[in-house]
Design a protein around this ligand. Structure first.
Ligand SMILES: Cc1cc2nc3c(=O)[nH]c(=O)nc-3n(C[C@H](O)[C@H](O)[C@H](O)COP(=O)(O)O)c2cc1C
Length: 192
């Protein structure tokens, strides 16, 4: 598939099949993450793929509980793949995805967040190319600043001075593949 087609074909998926994605497929998606551009070539991100469903359900519920529904009032994301904004009855912000990747990056570093999201974007596109559903989820710092989160970072040997920046959910899409959302006008300018 042509690159632009892969990019256009990507959707945020929030309904997943139970079956796990194969490890070799996951490896490729993780590799795409570490081949992302990074500020100053620092290669700062560390990506941890979590496939323990009980633990990811627990973290996903913690993440959802940190979501401020009042602040999101009036916003709408998707009818086809509802988010926790659209459906407050959704308990886990990881939507039952069988693989949840946590992207860590250095704390107190200007380009920590951009580096993390560059890795995330690369992963989403590789997932799209491999016909794997994916979704970025934020509020990672809040989730990992809990006692459980801090203990997991120790257990997973995440170096001191690192902070969780975002999640990338991965799995096979459940149900119909969502349609393309029309793009807003006036978002491209070419200045000669
Ligand atoms: C920085 C960022 C944070 C996001 N956080 C969440 C999130 O916490 N939960 C969620 O369900 N989707 C999240 N998304 C996915 C967006 O909701 C999604 O990209 C948007 O609705 C457009 O839909 P599409 O990805 O299918 O084109 C996030 C996307 C970005 C870029």
């Amino acid at each position: 598939m042509e690159m632009l087609e892969i990019i256009r074909n990507r959707r945020s998926i929030r309904r997943y099949q139970q079956r796990q994605i194969p490890t070799d497929v996951l490896q490729k998606i993780l590799e795409a993450g570490i081949y992302a551009p990074s500020a100053g070539g620092r290669q700062s991100t560390i990506i941890c793929a979590l496939r323990d469903r009980k633990l990811s359900e627990q973290l996903g519920r913690m993440n959802a509980s940190q979501f401020n529904h009042a602040a999101a009032a009036g916003r709408h994301v998707s009818d086809e793949q509802p988010s926790i904004i659209d459906d407050p009855s959704i308990r886990s912000a990881f939507y039952g995805a069988p693989t949840v990747c946590v992207i860590f990056a250095p704390d107190g570093y200007t380009n920590s967040m951009p580096d993390a999201y560059c890795s995330a974007a690369n992963m989403l596109l590789e997932a799209s190319a491999l016909e794997i559903g994916s979704c970025i989820v934020c509020r990672a710092e809040e989730t990992f600043s809990s006692e459980l989160g801090r203990n997991l970072m120790l257990e997973w040997k995440i170096p001191d001075g690192y902070i969780a920046r975002c999640f990338v959910l991965l799995g096979y899409t459940e149900g119909q593949y969502p349609s393309l959302k029309p793009r807003k006008d006036g978002r491209i300018k070419i200045i000669e």
